[in-house]
Ligand binder design. Structure first.
Ligand code: GCB
Length: 601
């Protein structure tokens, strides 16, 4: 049985943890998708059956080799490795869990030749109890088949066609409309961990505030005998216990609480408590424990404003990507600690996980630093609106909300980026998606990054906050800086008038080749990017006076890789940082604005 991998794996006094990260064996499957299956690639070591290449995990496989067929491969690839399970896990009667934090796009997993789980949709974790499949006194073979194929009902959607590559030969070509490279592989950490037979299965935390008091409404769920008891404790930063309860579900009260504040709405942003749950058996013995960091804060909204802890907030940030040289979308702590440092250096207080859920460690960093997140599901350029797509779209949100519900940094759900929402079917479709999100979480506003005209869009009426993307001075009126400020003010105002909801601009920007200087400002130059930013800043200042505008997000934080087209020079160059995370002139310009806003918070 495969579950959502709800809790981030942690070692505790009752749980052991190791990662299976490292260098795995890897083989591309030939065009025929059945080939590896028919030849039993899942039941023997890949290296015994033919040529393999070493493949780092976690990483995208695309940019590791020197061969375009690996980069552009469509269909199945196979990974395997051997691992040992500590014998004491067996003698202590522990369950053995295998958890993938993300495999893009679909994965089937075998242990010692037996299929143990299948998961579809990238960027989201899945896990399986493999206790009955593992051996303790020999090594175990772990095999993963990964399929990167995107079709009309995958999230996100794509199209596949055969293209001729010579006499009687074809290869598959994947196309998609979204603007980032469809990197694939085992993208995040693979965990092997143990729990007791009776174990904590989920912890749900919601917080509220009243004056100086914080309230934590919690629910600890477990698998095991119904008469299992709970102990719940909260500790502050200095490890002093501030609240406790012996109910598995209940309410904790923290007097004089340190609330979680965004950077820099408070001198001490990102304050986190430790929430510890313990299962206790009938003899008073400790059965299982699990700890996680939580923040006490509220998010509320009206038709003009969004509030954190009852204080109006204004988001200043970035659209981003999980993207870097060589690693593609592979989780990389070096990259992300650097990214967070750069975010804070600019004075930003927010980012959107455009256009898919990011690695869980990134949300943990954001929690600690007080960075707000608009958490986006993997549905980008949503189109066609079939029942099959709707089911999968809802599934992606089920898994996203299960995974991220306790992060104080997550202040909004984005259920799509740039859907083709002028389509008649979009109304009912997004109505249903929003209902689904609300059935899981009422504590955060729901949004979509809309690109359709406010008159033709059929999604906005379902949302709590309107986000819109617009490329004035770039795709519209290329090279013309003069109308930007007025256009932005008019469009944001029109969205607000139509829906009577708070409005955020989630994308604007200009492709910029680092080092290209052209004056007077000319497209693709650093000067043009700076000037285009300045015009948007004028609009944002006017909109803030108008009283319904709650955030600005430049596109993009850093340059990133895309599919090959004649409009992308080595990828999308709208970053204010290069792909190597060095500032373009615009980064300094943006920093001056964001820092001034931060100082006025
Ligand atoms: C958009 C998309 C984003 C693209 C960007 C661009 O509207 O949401 O994914 O990268 O435009 O630069 O074209």
């Amino acid at each position: 049985e495969s579950t959502g991998g709800t809790l981030y794996p942690r070692a505790t006094e009752t749980r052991d943890l190791r990662t299976l990260d490292g260098i795995w064996n890897f083989r591309m499957s030939p065009l025929n998708p059945e080939y590896g299956y028919r030849n039993g690639w899942y039941e023997q070591d890949l290296e015994k059956m033919g040529p393999i290449i070493p493949m780092p995990v976690p990483a995208s496989y695309n940019d590791i080799g020197e061969d375009a067929t690996l980069r552009d491969h469509v269909g199945l690839v196979w990974y395997d490795r051997r691992f040992h399970v500590p014998p004491w896990w067996g003698s202590a009667n522990q369950r053995v869990w295998l958890r993938f934090s993300s495999v893009h796009y679909a994965a089937e997993v075998w242990i010692n030749g037996k299929s143990v789980t299948y998961h579809e949709i990238g960027h989201l974790p899945f896990e399986v109890d493999i206790t009955e499949y593992v051996s303790y006194n020999t090594s175990n073979l772990l095999t993963v088949a990964v399929d990167n194929t995107l079709l009309g009902d995958t999230v996100p959607q794509g199209t596949i066609r055969d293209i001729a590559i010579g006499y009687n030969k074809v290869r598959l070509e994947q196309s998609y409309t979204f603007d980032f490279f469809n990197y694939a592989g085992i993208h995040r950490t693979v965990f092997l961990y143990s729990t007791p037979q009776t174990y904590i299965d989920d912890v749900i935390v919601n917080t509220d505030i009243q004056g100086l008091t914080g309230f934590v409404v919690y629910n600890v769920t477990f698998k095991g005998p119904a008469d299992t008891l709970c102990l719940v404790q909260m500790f502050d930063k200095s490890d002093a216990q501030v609240a406790a309860s012996s109910d598995c579900a209940g309410l904790l009260e923290v007097g004089n609480a340190n609330f979680w504040w965004p950077y820099l709405m408070h001198p001490n942003p990102g304050y986190l408590y430790t929430f510890k749950a313990t299962l206790i058996g009938s003899l008073g013995e400790i059965i299982d424990t699990y700890s996680q960091k939580i923040g006490i804060r509220t998010v509320t909204w009206t038709n003009t404003s969004v509030y954190i802890n009852e204080k109006p907030m204004y988001m200043r940030g970035f659209g981003m990507h999980e993207d870097s040289d060589l690693r593609g979308k592979g989780w990389d702590p070096v990259l992300w600690v650097k990214n967070i440092n750069l975010l804070k250096w600019t004075g930003a207080n927010a980012f959107r996980t455009s256009h898919y859920p990011y690695a869980e460690e990134i949300y943990q960093l954001a929690d600690e630093h007080g960075i707000m997140i608009i958490d986006e599901c993997p549905s980008v350029d949503t189109d066609i609106f079939s029942a099959a797509l709707l089911a999968k779209h809802k599934q992606s949100l089920t898994e996203l909300i299960r995974r991220d519900k306790n992060h104080p940094s997550v202040v909004m759900w984005s259920i799509s980026n740039e859907p083709r929402s002028a389509n008649k079917l979009a109304d009912a479709y997004f109505g249903e998606v929003v209902r689904h999100v609300k059935s899981m979480d009422l504590s955060r506003p729901v949004t979509i990054a809309i690109s359709q005209h406010y008159n033709t869009d059929r999604s906005g009426q379902h949302l709590d906050v309107i986000c819109f993307n617009r490329y004035n001075g770039w795709y519209h009126n290329t090279g013309n800086l003069l109308n930007i400020a007025n256009n932005v003010v008019e469009e944001a105002t029109a969205f607000h008038r139509k829906h009577n909801k708070p409005v955020i601009m989630t994308e604007y920007g200009a492709d910029t080749v680092s080092g290209l200087h052209l004056y007077p400002e000319y497209v693709w130059s650093e000067e043009y990017q700076v000037a285009l930013l300045s015009e948007h800043f004028k609009a944002f200042d006017r909109l803030r006076q108008a009283g319904f505008f709650v955030g600005e997000f430049i596109w993009n934080f850093a340059d990133f890789k895309t599919a090959q087209t004649i409009t992308r020079v080595g990828g999308n160059k709208k970053g204010v940082f290069t792909r190597a995370r060095q500032p373009k002139t615009a980064a300094h310009h943006l920093r001056a604005r964001y820092s001034a806003l931060a100082a006025a918070d």
